[in-house]
Design a protein around this ligand. Structure first.
Ligand code: GTP
Ligand code: MG
Length: 457
């Protein structure tokens, strides 16, 4: 393992009360010691461990760079399980960068993305799924997604996976013990026993996969496309949901040209909302590009909010939009109910029942959108506070592979396959689950995972 001492600015760089520079590795205390002058005049390695020490970061000639608080933390009870020092200095760009530069001059290497957390993983303090949770925590946008990641960091997913892995290992042990007594009865009992456990494991894995839909929504947000012909109130809806005047609203059809993307927390449900140009045939080049862009986004959207103008007749564009989104999850919003109603869905009876009637101007009916979104995406059976929830596509894919491997185990037992054959499938299941926690994972994959982190974490 890389023994370099690494350093980075751990706080977000910008105007702030304090900034923190973090160092980890064998030379952490020595290198900070060289540039730190404590109030008491003692060198850092003489000062007490895990206590905050007041002093200054200084140039060789004693000139003060910044007034700081320094926390030396000796291994192994640290974030990385290595010696760690945190220097708390004034916020802003200048101080943290000058201090970091001084450390680099001492031979400290600039940390790569996620390298502190990677060391915590490689040194065995946390497993890979917990390390991934750290990144999710710092980028969480809602309380729920933070909570899910916190549960994961606390080991809730790891625990669920380890329970399953232990059962798989027990299965292998059971086979080893009983294979030496291959009398007919013993083998029958063994097979029956293995079959029961395999079915139990299959349902546990299935349950975890089931949580991933909600888990991913909390993490990534529901990609929500607002679609409709021009002037129906799409941008008004966007502004209402954002609670700010983000998109331009006018009574001129074709106001919105480009797509506008914003994040909104709708009563705990994160939405990535995209306002689009009104769909219509147009000769205007810019508008035309906007319309094409809007239509292109349909494929990747999780949810479409189709807006109709109730004060106008149903037109060809409305029908065209409905046709284009017929396979997608959608809410049909009939806007401008404050005006005299002209629209009629007599030709498309199924729409009538699912319409949500709203008036954005009068702030009417809009709560129903929130309710319906929740109904569509959040399954009541999942408890964000308590359950082990999968919120990561890498984990989900490995669980799907594990599920298929355990299905093979069940099949092999049912088909009276040889014990060897069953063993291979059990080991495969174990391996997929091990990849989630990082017990069986390739180095390049580990590098790839941490490269998505931010610097200083
Ligand atoms: N009466 C009434 N007018 C509304 C309502 N909602 C929006 N409008 C008006 O409808 C007009 C068009 O609103 P926008 O939000 O710009 O419509 P849009 O669908 O984004 O239009 P394009 O960007 O041109 O496609 C504006 O004058 C709004 O004030 C409503 O509930 N009732
Ligand atoms: Mg608009």
């Amino acid at each position: 393992m890389d023994r370099d001492t690494i350093g980075a600015v751990a706080t977000s760089v910008g105007i702030a009360g304090i900034g923190i520079v973090r160092v980890s590795g064998d030379q952490a205390i020595g290198s900070v010691s060289n540039i730190f002058k404590s109030k008491k005049g003692q060198s850092l390695d003489m000062l007490s461990n895990r206590k905050i020490h007041y002093g200054w970061i200084v140039e060789e000639d004693g000139k003060i760079i910044d007034e700081v608080l320094v926390v030396p933390m000796k291994r192994p009870y640290t974030y990385t399980k290595e010696d760690v020092v945190e220097i708390h200095c004034h916020g802003g760009i200048v101080s943290v960068e000058r201090i970091l530069k001084k450390l680099l001059d001492q031979g400290v290497r600039l940390a790569e993305r996620g390298e502190f957390t990677k060391r915590a993983f490689l040194n065995g303090r946390i497993d890979l799924s917990q390390a991934e949770a750290v990144m999710d925590l710092v980028s969480a946008k809602t309380k729920n997604s933070f909570q899910l990641s916190m549960n994961q960091l606390q080991g809730r997913l790891s625990q669920a996976l380890n329970d399953i892995r232990k059962q798989l290992v027990d299965m292998l042990a059971h086979i080893e013990v009983n294979i030496d007594f291959p009398e007919y009865d013993e083998e029958e009992v063994t097979r029956e026993h293995l079959l029961n456990i395999s079915r139990e494991i299959e349902s546990k894995i299935f349950r975890l996969i089931e949580t991933s839909e909600v888990g991913m929504i909390h993490r990534e947000g529901i990609k929500t496309l607002i679609l409709g012909k021009p002037n129906v109130g799409k941008s008004s809806l966007m502004n209402y949901l954002l609670n700010e005047n983000r998109a331009i609203v006018t009574d001129i059809p074709g106001t919105t040209r480009d797509t506008i993307e914003e994040f909104v927390n709708l009563a705990g449900v994160p939405l990535k909302i995209i306002d689009t140009a009104g769909i219509r045939q147009t000769e205007d080049i810019v508008e035309k590009i906007g319309v094409e862009k809007a239509l292109h986004k349909i494929d990747e959207a999780d949810l479409i909010l189709v807006v109709f103008d109730g004060s106008r007749y149903l037109e060809e564009e409305d029908l065209m939009i409905m046709e284009k989104i017929k396979d997608k999850k959608a809410l049909y919003l009939l806007n401008k109910t404050d005006l005299e109603e002209k629209i009629s869905f007599d030709s498309i009876p199924y729409i009538k029942d699912v319409l949500i009637r709203i008036s954005i101007i009068n702030n009417e009916g809009l709560m129903a959108i929130e309710k319906e979104v929740k109904k569509l995406f959040l399954k009541a059976s999942i408890n964000v506070e308590e359950d082990a929830v999968v919120n990561n596509i890498r984990h989900k894919n490995l669980l799907l592979k594990a599920k298929s491997a355990i299905k093979d185990v069940i099949q092999s037992i049912e088909d009276q396959q040889t014990i060897d054959c069953i063993e291979v499938d059990i080991m495969e299941t174990l391996e997929y689950l091990g990849e989630i926690t990082g017990d069986a994972v390739r180095e390049d994959l580990v590098d790839k995972i941490f490269s998505d982190f931010c610097i200083g974490k």
